[in-house]
Design a protein around this ligand. Structure first.
Ligand code: ADQ
Length: 462
């Protein structure tokens, strides 16, 4: 069996970053196959010293490429995060189209493709991750790589009407179809992409097999909802860090019912709408005053992008307003913490929160929802309130599903969760936990890799 070659913008080159996310997902498969992981080094280097660093850890080869300042701007901040990210989250109103960016984005994809194809050997498989590398499949083919290649999109795929606002939509779709397997988080994302291919690229989807004929190739396009490492997350609830975090939380909120939100500070996560719903809760259900406290943890991300600074200002104002209007000498209704916490600390906080509030306006999957479920005490579980616009909603139908734009509905759901009888909480949680456990991170990885390795099932190419 050949090696697994993974490509993603950031890698887990730092062993401390292997506790969560993609690192957990890929690490076993990379170690087992003595694989390679390509990504950005995180360094900005201009001039001739810009290069590639290589090192080995636990038999896994890391190849980390530097970016120039122009590439960081054009490839990372601008094309990836100020155009693709908003459009793919249905926010084309926030998208910025800068003419030269696509050239830079393509050039970075080409450079990575040359690095990968120079090291890939016959029998290896290449697994590309996320929206930074939409063109990499085609770039690899141009660089001479003909082996099995898969692509997984961690974020949503928008309806064709929105995707077409990206000026290079056709080129992107064609490049994706140079891969053998294309994976999406949800059936909705897959349907959007296949509809685009059928309506605008003359593609034909086979009825049962999941294959689509497009751009002269037969491509497997399927749904692979990402999961978490359930056992390790559950175990972290009893860690010292988790228990210390619980004690600190208790000192702050006492025995009041606790509602938790944990997100990167991003406009896709629906934070202003969530804060507004807390205000609405305290208006519509005055008996909740003084009885509950919400903590929102939201470390800043991509803070040099203008939209993120505006979001920060909006949230500062909203939380100040809610606490000013409703707070009291001994009660702060909304605690808003703009900083990150360790995984173990978050696990502890989830475990003692009566309500987990996960209300993105649009999200590929949302692993916080699954982590919240995993951290609950089976005898006295909390209630997950989940946006119907998160990919996770397709799987977690026993959550209280809400429309995050509807603040009255969201306030009603929070109130229902705060009063939900123990029997109902247990019954809902049991089914949620079964799903989270069955479709865990190993299931996700193995399903994708099985399809990626299974060249025969792909049949002859046209
Ligand atoms: P993200 O948008 O980052 O990921 P999410 O899935 O919620 O969103 O979180 C990924 C990881 O980051 C989780 O393990 C979570 O615990 C951690 N995290 C989130 N907020 C945090 C915080 N405030 N402090 C510390 N850790 C935090 C993208 C897509 C998602 C998709 C994932 C995985 O946007 O839709 O689920 O990739 O594919």
């Amino acid at each position: 069996m050949g090696r697994l070659i993974a490509v993603s913008n950031r890698t887990a080159a730092d062993p401390n970053s292997r506790a969560g996310g993609l690192a957990v997902a890929l690490w076993d498969a990379l170690v087992k196959s003595s694989g390679l992981w390509f990504g950005w080094s995180g360094a900005i280097v201009d001039g001739p010293s810009r290069g590639v660093s290589m090192f080995q850890d636990e038999g896994v080869d890391f190849l980390l490429a530097d970016l120039s300042e122009e590439e960081r701007q054009g490839f990372y901040y601008s094309y990836s995060n100020s155009l693709l990210w908003p459009v793919f989250h249905y926010r084309n109103d926030l998208a910025r189209f800068v003419e030269d960016d696509f050239r830079i984005y393509s050039a970075v994809n080409d450079r990575f493709a040359r690095l990968v194809s120079a090291r890939a050997r016959e029998g290896d498989i290449v697994w590309i991750h996320d929206y930074h590398f939409l063109l990499l499949g085609a770039a690899l083919r141009r660089a001479g790589w003909s082996g099995r290649t898969g692509f997984f999109l961690h974020i949503p795929f928008p309806p064709p009407e929105l995707f077409r606002t990206v000026p290079q939509h056709h080129e992107i779709a064609e490049a994706l179809c140079a891969c053998d397997v294309i994976g999406f988080q949800s059936a909705n994302d897959r349907a959007n992409f296949v509809r685009y291919l059928e309506e605008y690229c003359d593609a034909r989807a086979e009825q049962e097999s999941g294959f689509v004929k497009a751009f002269g190739r037969r491509v497997k396009i399927d749904v692979y909802p990402i999961g978490i490492d359930v056992e390790s997350f559950r175990a972290s609830v009893s860690s010292d860090a988790a228990q210390a975090a619980i004690r600190r939380l208790r000192r702050g909120v006492g025995e009041r019912q606790h509602v938790i939100g944990v997100d990167r500070l991003d406009y896709s996560k629906g934070l202003p709408e969530r804060f507004a719903a807390i205000g609405r809760l305290l208006d519509d259900y005055p008996e909740a005053r003084g009885k509950m406290t919400m903590t929102q943890i939201a470390p800043p991300s991509r803070s040099s992008v203008e939209e993120y600074q505006e979001l920060r200002n909006e949230l500062d104002a909203l939380s100040g307003r809610i606490n000013g209007d409703y707070g009291d000498l001994d009660w702060t209704p909304l605690r808003y913490l703009v900083r990150g916490y360790q995984r173990e600390e978050l696990a502890g906080l989830y475990s003692v929160s009566r309500v987990g509030l996960v209300t993105p306006l649009r999200d590929g999957m949302n692993l916080v929802a699954k982590e919240y479920v995993a951290a609950q005490d089976p005898d006295d579980p909390g209630v997950l309130i989940l946006s119907e616009f998160a990919g996770a909603a397709e799987q977690l139908s026993e959550a209280l599903l809400v429309n995050p734009y509807d603040s009255a509905g969201l306030a009603a759901a929070i109130n229902a969760a705060l009063h939900m009888p123990l029997d109902e909480r247990r019954a809902r949680w049991k089914r949620l936990f079964e799903t989270v456990r069955q479709y865990d991170i190993a299931w996700w990885r193995e399903k994708f890799l099985a399809d990626l390795r299974d060249g025969d099932a792909a049949g002859p190419r046209d």
